[in-house]
Design a protein around this ligand. Sequence first.
Ligand SMILES: [Zn+2]
Length: 219
Amino acid sequence: MTKKICEQCQAEKELELFHKVTNQYTALHPMGICKECYKSNNEERKRRQAQEWEARTAGRRARDEAYKQAGQRWLPSTEGNPTEVSNHAWIYALRQQGSYPVKTERSGKWLIFLSAETIDRYWQKVKAAVEQGQLGAQAKVSTLSKGSMPPEVRRKKEERGDTRFVICVYTYDHEDKGDVMRIREVLRDLGIRRPIRYKADADTHAGSYGNDYHPMYEA
Ligand SMILES: [Zn+2]
């Protein structure tokens, strides 16, 4: 019983030539397809996802350019709940009262990861606080759309079984620690008590999505 037939290529191979995966629901077990098939499926998927991401980025650029030529600006979507929206990558909240400093090249955000069960409720609270001028200039939340992160990052997240949504609460300058922490405290008052991390926008632009960055603050 050390051999097994690959469900994909139908070849009979040693058990160790089958991929072993763990996830949160089942114990370690060899998959039904061999490592070779697994690898080629992955490469194919990566290729496809990279193409989709490029097409989406090109689409965004074309859209911005079309608006610019028409003398208009694309307006971010601000309506709906994250668990219901799938036609926009992000939903935004924009400050409507009071003033806040213009963002610098040292801008950044507090990241709040929440489950599908709680995200809508917290997003509505954060959105209202931004609009009423209690936080910074803006915040955004990911949606059901696949457009909110590069395909590789999304794939790893899905493989971890991570289905959380993320709220980004922006601040104009991470060197203004007083402002960064003031915003953290407002979030605490909204019910976000677990430690959260602050990430510089420069890290995101450098392609460092996911968890491979050094949080500037954690509180
Ligand atoms: Zn195979």
